[in-house]
Structure formats: C-alpha cells, structure tokens
Design a protein around this ligand. Structure first.
Ligand SMILES: [Zn+2]
Length: 208
C-alpha cells in the first residue's frame, strides 16, 4: 500500500491523467483526514474550487488541495512527535497525563478524525492547519471553556439529542452552531455542556 508521500507525488505528476491524480488525492485521505474521509474531501474540494463529484478536475486545483492537506499533516506529525517525547519524559518522571487528553490521542493517533464534524458537508471553512492548531491549543490548555475552540462561537447543540434512540447516540456530542465541529466534551465547561444538551439540535442545522 502506497504511503502518503508516494501518493502525493502521484497527485503532482503531470504525466498522469487528471482522474488518476484525483484518485491519488483521495487515497491520501485514507492516510490523513482530520475531519474524517468524507468531510475532509468535501472541505478540500470546496476550498480549491473542485466539484466533489468531478472525475477530471483541473490538476492545479488538485495540487492546491494537496498543499493544504500537507500543511495540516506536517503540523499534526510534529505535534504527535513532540507529544510522544513529552509523554516519555513524563512517564519517566512518574507524571500521569490527564485522561481527557490521553483519550483524544488514542482516538486520533495517525491523523484520522482529529476534529469530528457534524456531517460531511458541515465543517469549518478555515484552513485545515489553522483549525488543527486551535484544537491542539484547546486540548493542551486543559482548561474547560465555554466557547468553541475553533470559531469562538458559544452556541452548541448536542447531536444526536440525548433523548434520541440509543442507536442514534453512538457518535457526535456538542456540535458548534457556528462552524460545525463536535467539541470534545473535555474542552467545554459543565455549564456549556448542560446548555448544549438542553438545546434543540434541529435549529443548528436550519441555521446553517
Ligand atoms: Zn465553532
């Protein structure tokens, strides 16, 4: 299975057909997709001006989308490396890491679903690297907050609603009405979480 870099070379390879270069970019998302595969694809296409279903997009736009993904991946890999080194030091010194950050790392290690989003079409519009950096800073601060770590919005709605059928409650959590990220519960204050649980989720979607 080709690695991210080999696939990135294929995206940039002018001798390949646009469809092949597009396929290579989609495969890059199997290696690194901060919003999950579908939402990250939708985000990159939207920002680069590519229709998500266009089989033969302008190669220059594909390369622009790749550059945005690479920037975010470089940021994330350097954070993972720095985090791993710090963990080794802390373990050596017998320091326990806060559970919330540990859970987040277990889920996101390798770069998938780092920032969960409400749906494949509902995610932040800022550059991936900017959003990732904001989320990293929020998780690292260890201080619960009442606003969204990505956009600063203060309205959240729990999705699916806590009263929903148990089968619907497997994913998601407090979704930001401003940008669509699912804030990790550990970054929000208990007041913000309570308000999110009370809030009707449907309004978040109709306002989008
Ligand atoms: Zn937000």
């Amino acid at each position: 299975m080709a690695g991210f870099r080999a696939l990135a070379e294929q995206v940039r390879n002018p001798r390949l057909a646009a469809t092949q270069r597009r396929t290579a970019l989609r495969k890059c998302l199997e290696r690194f997709a901060p919003y999950g595969h579908r939402a990250t694809w939708h985000h990159l296409c939207t920002r680069a001006g590519i229709a998500t279903q266009d089989r033969e997009p302008d190669p220059e736009r594909l390369v622009a989308a790749l550059a945005e993904l690479e920037e975010a991946r470089a940021l994330w890999l350097s954070y993972e490396a720095e985090f791993a080194a710090r963990r080794r030091r802390e373990k050596h010194d017998g320091i326990r890491q806060p559970d919330a950050t540990a859970d987040w790392h277990r889920r996101t290690w390798g770069g998938r679903d780092i920032v969960s989003c409400a749906s494949p079409q509902r995610h932040p519009t800022a550059r991936l690297a900017v959003v990732l950096r904001s989320m990293i800073v929020a998780m690292e601060s260890g201080r619960p907050r009442r606003d969204c770590p990505v956009c600063g919005g203060t309205r959240f709605a729990w999705r699916p609603e806590p009263a929903g059928r148990p089968a619907d409650r497997t994913a998601l959590g407090p979704v930001c009405a401003g940008c669509g990220v699912v804030a990790p519960a550990s970054v929000l204050t208990s007041e913000a979480l309570t308000a999110a649980a009370r809030s009707g989720g449907a309004r978040v979607y109709s306002a989008a």
